[in-house]
Write a protein that binds this ligand. Structure first.
Ligand code: ATP
Length: 255
């Protein structure tokens, strides 16, 4: 595989083996080859334990591969960097900081002065519809609101790549659908490259340009599928149902 101009991330021959505390080895993923085009929206779906999170953790530099490589714009990824934003399922906000200060926190490490930090934080809170809650603390916010703040915080450092691991997994169905739409709005506004891991095939078909379908034990890519559905997408579109059914079939365990 070559590192073409438009591929922002390239994952080649990636495998990861963990050694458990009891000394057993577990191959989490094997022979993963993936490239993300700039500005694209990729969803990774697969059964629990097939290594989706492991791929994101390695691709963002939080974990080392056992074999293979990850490149960001042609440069090996060996540790977390400011170009890659992360949003995980647990809101991971600082409980002692207000929504605004949570968003501003990332900018503090970047050495930006306080007034600019606050101004920028408000702009990103506005983008996710949370301006009115800038002074609220995480415990005063609902799950959906906390996840909005987490997205604003990930965007604040202006990464060009956003890795999201089950960001809406803990939300009720209604809030989840609202936030999916908001994420699409943010994506269309900012044109970030997004890679999102989800258990929900419906969510993947709603969001993605391309869906990576994984199988488990050890995790490997079974198929990748380009989503040939125009936007805005509606779940009532016949093709929406066809694609969902097709992916669900691919995910069925082999007999
Ligand atoms: N630090 C670790 N030590 C040992 N095994 C691990 C470690 N992290 C992950 N694993 C194992 O690797 C495999 C893949 O885990 P991973 O969390 O990446 O899967 P996943 O597809 O994201 O799962 P889920 O959808 O349930 O979140 C699992 O078998 C898991 O037990």
């Amino acid at each position: 595989m070559t590192h073409t101009q438009q591929n922002i991330v390239t994952i080649e021959s990636l495998s990861k083996t963990f050694t458990t505390r009891r000394g057993e080895t577990v191959t989490a993923v094997t022979d993963i080859n993936l490239a993300m085009e700039e500005h694209s929206f990729t969803c990774i779906v697969g059964p629990s334990g097939c290594g989706k999170s492991t791929i994101l953790r390695i691709a963002s530099g939080l974990e080392k591969p056992s074999e293979g490589t990850v490149h960001y714009r042609g440069v090996p990824v060996t540790k977390p960097c400011e170009h890659i934003g992360l949003v995980f399922q647990e809101y991971s906000l600082f409980p002692w900081l207000t929504a605004r200060d949570n968003v501003a926190a990332g900018l503090k490490f970047a050495g930006i002065d306080k007034a600019t930090r606050h101004h920028e934080a408000m702009a990103f809170l506005g983008m996710v519809g949370m301006k009115d809650f800038a002074r609220a603390y995480p415990h005063e916010l609902s799950g959906g609101m906390k996840q909005r703040v987490a997205i604003a915080r990930a965007l604040a450092t202006n990464p060009d790549l956003l890795f999201m691991d089950e960001p809406f997994g803990a939300l009720d169905a209604h809030t989840r659908i609202l936030l999916q739409q908001e994420l699409l709005n943010v994506w269309e506004m900012t044109r970030k490259t997004i890679v999102l891991v989800t258990h929900s095939v419906d969510e993947a078909v709603f969001l993605a340009d391309r869906i990576v379908i994984m199988t488990g034990s050890p995790g490997r890519i079974r198929n990748t599928l380009d989503v040939d559905l125009e936007r805005p997408r509606r779940r009532s579109m016949p093709r929406f149902g066809e694609l969902t059914d097709h992916i669900l079939k691919e995910l069925e365990p082999e007999r």
